[in-house]
Design a protein around this ligand. Structure first.
Ligand SMILES: [Zn+2]
Length: 381
């Protein structure tokens, strides 16, 4: 099945994307935007979203470049940092890489114990000062051996965020903004998924989705099949009949677990079983009146990849990556055909030659190898 890059190579493929609300040109995308349907907002408003990493490769950096360009075209921009995923879902969440010494396939420098953090959301991963100090020392040795660190300020500026953060979410957010500001001289307004999910409008949208969960599952699977039949990789699996779009964190060991729907007579429950033996169970209601209000009472719930559905009406458009563009088509089909929504256009961040040249190894290697950087020492985060 074709990935996005392969789809982009043919005229038919590009037409397919356009017909499904996926734009490839920033100006054309900006012109297509309306004001958000559901917001007190008089201007066009676009968001990008990404898991909150410690360092970023080309894909994410191109999203920020596209948002900066949109802002220059008069569009307001938000960036939604997903801090509600497992720390083990991508290696750049807990580690950064260094070219030459640490290549793509190696583990890189971890800032937490990866083994102990893997199953937890990053906001629940506490930092261990000794682990960080060991990482700092061995990284300093590498810089010294590479003869990069001529002026201690660069290293100090980078590292001071590691001293003040108490958990991985805080650490990643502050280093992210430090790195982005250094590279782009621009940062989009920052939102965290752990905060957005607590708004009433978000919860209402999740409830609207869950109230129609059987139709949602049917439509999503039909859409996945439509993409597969067109030889396109939908980037999501088929949805099982016990599917729910939510996760909960176990209170005993902080592991994040998916909620499944279990029916007992006319009643439905959201149930998650943790590896530690703990069972979490929430009442969802009777058929046709399902809601996740019981789940929302706990702060430790989080949404899955359907998050764009719940914020669709608050924005005019979204800047997406290669896989989110494709599963975004599935989400759009659900919005149109089940939820009565009008899906907002998506922009696949275009290639920016400057970013492509600079960010092959990540923002951290770029920061340390460009001596003109490191000047932003008073950045107020
Ligand atoms: Zn547990």
């Amino acid at each position: 099945m074709k990935n996005l890059q392969e789809i982009l190579e043919t005229e038919n493929g590009r037409t397919f994307l356009k017909d499904n609300g996926v734009y490839l040109d920033t100006k054309e995308f900006a012109d297509s935007l309306d004001r958000p349907r559901n917001a007190n907002c008089s201007e066009k408003f676009v968001y990008g979203a990404q898991q909150l990493y410690l360092d970023y490769g080309l894909g994410v950096t191109l999203k920020i470049a596209a948002l900066k360009e949109l802002e220059q075209l008069g569009v307001a921009t938000d960036f939604i940092w997903i801090d509600t995923d497992k720390a083990g879902s991508d290696k750049l969440i807990t580690r950064f890489l260094w070219p030459g010494i640490m290549d793509e396939s190696s583990k890189g420098y971890s800032v937490v114990s990866v083994k102990r953090s893997r199953s937890k959301e990053i906001r629940f991963v506490e930092l261990d000062k000794r682990h960080i100090e060991n990482t700092r020392r061995s990284f300093a040795e590498v810089l010294k051996a590479s003869e990069i660190e001529e002026d201690g300020r660069i290293f100090t500026n980078f590292w001071r965020y590691f001293q003040s953060a108490v958990n991985l979410q805080e650490l990643n957010l502050s280093t992210t903004y430090f790195l982005l500001y250094n590279y782009f001289d621009y940062t989009p307004r920052s939102m965290l998924s752990s905060k957005i999910k607590e708004t009433q409008s978000f919860k209402n949208e999740v409830n609207r989705f869950i109230a129609q969960i059987d139709d949602v599952i049917f439509e999503a699977n039909k859409s996945v099949e439509r993409l597969v039949n067109a030889d396109i990789n939908p980037q999501v699996h088929e949805f099982g009949e016990d599917y729910l779009p939510l996760f909960v964190t176990c209170e005993s060991d902080l592991r994040r677990q998916p909620l499944r729907r279990v029916k007992e007579g006319f009643d439905s429950y959201g149930v998650a079983n943790c590896n530690c033996g703990n069972e979490m169970k929430f009442y969802l209601g009777k058929k046709d009146t399902l809601s996740a209000d019981d789940v929302f009472e706990k702060e430790n719930w989080s949404p899955d990849v359907t998050l764009p559905i719940y914020i669709n009406d608050s924005y005019s458009g979204a800047v997406v990556g290669k896989s989110s563009a494709l599963y975004g088509i599935v989400l759009n089909d659900v919005m149109k055909n089940v939820l009565g929504k009008d899906p907002i256009p998506m922009l696949v961040s275009p290639v920016d030659p400057r970013v492509t040249r600079d960010i092959g190894n990540g923002l951290i290697p770029f920061y340390f190898t460009k001596s003109e950087l490191g000047m932003v020492s008073n950045l107020d985060l």
